[in-house]
Ligand binder design. Structure first.
Ligand code: ATP
Length: 476
């Protein structure tokens, strides 16, 4: 069963959300931060830039800058650690973006979305022409796009000849790479079911209405797990993964009140799904999907077995039975998670009459863990400051900054969420001690240089560190 205090949004009798909150934004809960502020902070501090900007940009394409690339990598690593490394029932995989076209016939991607469709600019639901009576979206009344023959997959050609026979697609999800490798992974890993196969990688969808910064883009990165289970145990495992995935965001610092779960109504389920929950986040434009956790049943393995002619089943040696496993799929987006982490971490406060903008990013996600800041660019301070930097950068992502006033440098680090700044002043030259300043509390402690690495390591692991113990040890 799902945890009782996990917020679950009810669906109405028709199986749809009882309000339009999910797609349109729940007006009763205005978001705390405006997207414009996030976009501008991202540009100002080297997190995310508009792609091809010197050519005027390319719609809905974004580039991750020096800070963004670290943040994104940290999101991937946190997911991989919790899904693959900290478990013995999940293995990893990295499959190619271009796959045999037969894969997409089997998965249903070629057949779906090939009719003339219109899409609601507001709630993004797509409708066939014949489903619509008036001019506006039947669900929310929003404005509709022009109808077009729509297949969300990007088409290209493999090899030198541009002809129908060489048409291939950029994958619209990473999941299919996992299904077609199911047999190889099962036979080579010698693991028993339940077994998960995880993959992180780029996916491409020719979305009609991309937007909201990195929320919906045409090229994006997914974090997907296909967890293969014995039929009959699938509902239990779905509950398990819904809870696990919800808790992952909370553990990494997203406030619980900004997250909720929404079960899909029967008429809303994708063609492959038996049941599905969305983890939704309160983005500035309203509650929207952050991750989907679906029970895909045996749809994919059966389809691929049928279309490829290869048997895809599992033999349970202990029970002496063979079956086609069911699959539970938690499927999240790296970029959408990055956006949620940024929005939830964003804060503005007043400190001694001055506005301070900061990101309360979880220490595991912060692009820079420690900034080494000599009080000034004085030649006497530089050698010790460089020595400290050279030691720390071997263990933590460390920044060295000696330009402008110390106050401005603190603000810059606050804006990218650096949890700790280490300041070297003239006294440090005498007593070989430096000051650690904490981002959130602004507390400062003075510690011996030789203990600095140990103290920061403990702090970055989230261990409480009592500086008085250090002095007690030293006095002995
Ligand atoms: P949406 O309803 O928002 O279009 P979806 O239900 O089609 O999403 P899934 O197919 O379940 O999405 O994909 C899993 C996850 O991949 C989503 O929860 C989201 O985090 C991410 N994702 C999907 N499409 C995009 C996109 N166009 N841009 C960025 N991330 C995306």
């Amino acid at each position: 069963m799902l945890n009782e205090d996990t917020p679950l949004t009810p669906v109405n009798k028709a199986g749809k959300l009882s309000s339009d909150a999910s797609e349109k934004g729940d007006l009763s809960m205005p978001a705390k931060v405006d997207m414009g502020k996030i976009v501008s902070l991202c540009k100002r501090r080297g997190l995310i830039f508009p792609s091809s900007e010197i050519y005027g940009g390319l719609a809905s394409c974004w580039d991750y800058g020096p800070m963004g690339v670290e943040l994104k990598r940290n999101v991937r690593d946190a997911w991989w650690k919790s899904i693959v490394h900290e478990r013995d029932d999940v293995v990893g995989l990295d499959t190619s973006i271009m796959m045999h076209p037969g894969v997409w016939t089997a998965s249903g991607h070629i057949d779906s979305f090939t009719d003339p469709l219109v899409e609601c600019k507001s709630c993004h639901l797509r409708w066939r022409d014949n489903e619509i009576e008036g001019e506006s979206c039947p669900k929310c009344g929003g404005e509709l796009t022009e109808p077009r023959m729509f297949n969300l997959m990007f088409k290209t050609f493999m090899g030198p000849v541009e002809e129908e026979a060489s048409t291939i697609y950029l994958r619209p999800e990473t999941a299919q790479g996992i299904f077609v490798n199911f047999d190889s992974v099962i036979t080579t890993s010698r693991k028993k079911l339940p077994l998960g196969i995880a993959q992180i990688g780029k996916s491409f969808r020719n979305e009609i209405t991309p937007g909201n910064f990195i929320f919906r883009t045409r090229e994006f990165e997914q974090l997907e797990l296909e967890y293969f289970v014995k039929p009959g145990t699938d509902e239990e495992w779905l509950d398990y993964w819904v809870k696990e995935r919800f808790d992952w965001y909370v553990k990494l610092g997203i406030r619980k009140e900004n997250l909720r779960l929404r079960q899909h109504g029967k008429d809303e389920l994708a063609h492959y799904a038996r049941d599905c929950y969305d983890v939704e986040y309160l983005f500035p434009m309203g509650w929207s999907e952050l991750e989907g956790i679906a029970n895909r049943g045996d749809f994919d393995l059966i389809q691929h077995a049928k279309c490829s002619g290869r048997e895809l089943s599992y033999y349970d040696a202990e029970a002496g039975e063979k079956y086609v496993p069911y699959v539970i799929e938690p499927s999240a987006g790296v970029d959408r998670s990055v956006l949620a982490f940024l929005i939830d971490a964003y804060d503005e406060e007043e400190v001694e009459g001055e506005k301070r903008t900061l990101l309360h990013l979880h220490r595991d996600l912060a692009p820079i863990k420690v900034a080494v800041l000599p009080l000034s660019r004085n030649e006497k301070l530089t050698p010790l400051a460089k020595e400290v930097f050279n030691k720390l950068c071997r263990n933590f992502v460390t920044d060295y900054d000696d330009s402008q006033s110390i106050g401005r440098r603190y603000r810059r680090q606050d804006e990218i969420g650096t949890p700790f700044c280490v300041t070297i002043d003239f006294e440090s030259l005498e007593d070989k001690q430096v000051t650690i300043r904490e981002r959130d509390s602004l507390a400062q402690i003075r510690v011996p240089v030789e203990e600095l690495g140990k103290i920061l390591a403990a702090k970055l692991k989230g261990e409480a560190f009592d500086a008085s113990t250090l002095w007690a040890t030293r006095q002995k």
